[in-house]
Design a protein around this ligand. Structure first.
Ligand code: ZN
Length: 168
């Protein structure tokens, strides 16, 4: 069956921003197309985990750089590969997090506050079925991929190597 046969099964929702507990909005750049449930879990992750992690170092999150969301394509764009969770609007890739003070936290880079990245990884692996980041494969050196793939026995994949300089 071709990848296209799976795509568009479920109408995705367009997630433009997430409202935090304090009323501030976190913008998604660009907007993400996701299944309802994936959008819901993602919004909770940003609101409950990432916003709190940023607050630890006195920061606030202004925007999230979306590297990919719904996309009708096979895994890693390899033709013939199993359909990516992106084709089910069940995945989102994040390339950077923008802070209220104008700073940008890249997923990979020494500018990233260590505690923030460590918390981001830990909380993502709790909420999502799959987390692939730097160290997992070549396709994920500059962004992290999270999805809600359903697997037998709720098996989870958490592959995101945190460099040595990060001490949670
Ligand atoms: Zn991805």
């Amino acid at each position: 069956m071709s990848a296209e046969a799976f795509c568009g099964d479920e109408a995705p929702v367009r997630l433009t921003a997430i409202r935090l507990a304090d009323g501030q909005k976190v913008e998604l750049r660009p907007h993400a197309l996701l299944r309802c449930e994936t959008a819901r879990i993602f919004a909770h992750w940003v609101r409950d985990d990432l916003a709190a992690a940023a607050a630890v170092f006195g920061g606030s999150i202004k925007w999230i750089g979306v590297a990919a969301s719904y996309s009708c394509r096979p895994r890693n764009n390899i033709s013939g590969a199993r359909l990516s969770e992106h084709g089910r609007a069940n995945a989102i890739d994040i390339g950077a997090v923008g802070l209220g003070d104008g700073r940008t936290i890249p997923i990979r880079g020494a500018e990233a506050p260590a505690v923030f990245i460590a918390t981001m990884r830990q909380s993502a692996c709790q909420r999502f079925a799959t987390v692939l980041g730097p160290g997992s494969d070549r396709a994920h050196e500059r962004h992290i991929h999270v999805d809600l793939a359903s697997r037998r026995a709720n098996f989870r994949i958490c592959q995101w190597n945190i460099p040595d300089w990060v001490e949670p």
